[in-house]
Design a protein around this ligand. Structure first.
Ligand SMILES: [Zn+2]
Ligand SMILES: [Zn+2]
Ligand SMILES: [Zn+2]
Length: 284
């Protein structure tokens, strides 16, 4: 088939006008969204610029906007720090939880125990020997956690990271072998699943540590090792990238300790990490 010059010109013009219409529609959309006022994440009403409140999620960092009324009247989610929509019942100890966190919350003992069993089973794949005594697991509420913290750390303030703990009466040497007396693991119920796995794995890391490593090491080593155990568990389990990234970015001893153990592992493997924490001489 032969195409005349006129037909070619016509075709070019049609294509050009389609392209121009496309460009116009894109910039028109941008124009409309720029003119859109910001709506409240809870009630959906337009927010006047001078009454705008913004909160970041403690978990994802994502920012949400709220109107003055919602901001002043609604409670914050104990976990992510965003506001809780009306109509969502608080947990039985009074903690408010938002719909997103509630969707994944682990509430029942049996569900926390299933996570704990999985954490213990995964630990056999990278810790060089099985823990002799798997500490009993308890689920507690936030009030019980606060009481424990007051008893043990006195003036240290309660923070959003206080979600679980490992405790033993003391560490002793029996025939040259370290033993932890009466260890327990306690976690707050109602944490979203990823966080629950992370917290349980961290506390289990302490249990392994206090059964195998000499006492009086620095907080960075104690917490950093527990963080590294949780990190390994999450990598082996898979699907925990968001949680791993949160922990990797922390700038307290939990973050610096974790990064320290990752660099030891990168240069000498898992055995180098275990040798390091079991070595005498790394005392405060
Ligand atoms: Zn509102
Ligand atoms: Zn939440
Ligand atoms: Zn810890």
């Amino acid at each position: 088939m032969r195409i005349s010059q006129n037909e070619k010109l016509l075709a070019t013009l049609i294509l050009l006008s389609i392209f121009l219409i496309f460009l116009q529609s894109v910039s028109f959309k941008e124009y409309v969204s720029a003119q859109d006022s910001i709506k409240c994440y809870i009630c959906g009403k337009d927010i006047p610029p001078d009454k705008l409140h913004e909160l970041p999620s403690d978990i994802t960092g994502e920012r949400k906007f709220y109107c003055d009324n919602c901001f002043k009247t609604l409670p914050m989610c104990f976990f992510c720090g965003l506001l809780v929509k009306p109509g969502i019942l608080p947990l039985s100890d009074g903690r408010h939880i938002c719909a997103d966190c509630l969707k994944n919350a682990v509430i029942e003992y049996k569900d926390v125990k299933a996570i704990y069993d999985e954490v213990v089973a995964i630990s056999y794949r990278f810790l060089e020997r099985r823990i002799k005594f798997v500490p009993p697991l308890y689920i507690i509420n936030q009030k019980q956690y606060k009481e424990h913290k007051e008893r043990c750390s006195g003036s240290k303030p309660f923070t959003i990271f206080d979600l679980g703990y490992y405790n033993c009466d003391r560490q002793i040497y029996v025939n040259g072998i370290i033993e932890a007396r009466n260890p327990v693991i306690c976690v707050i119920y109602g944490l979203p699943k990823d966080e629950m796995f992370d917290v349980v794995a961290h506390e289990f890391g302490h249990a392994w540590y206090f059964e195998n490593c000499p006492p009086n090491q620095s907080e960075e080593i104690v917490e950093g090792f527990a963080q590294w155990v949780a990190y390994k568990e999450m990598i082996i389990k898979g699907d925990y990238n968001r949680e791993i990234n949160i922990q990797l970015k922390r700038d307290d001893v939990y973050g610096t300790g974790l990064r320290k153990f990752i660099s030891i592992e990168n240069s000498g493997g898992i055995s180098a990490v275990l040798k390091y924490v079991k070595a005498q001489g790394y005392t405060r």
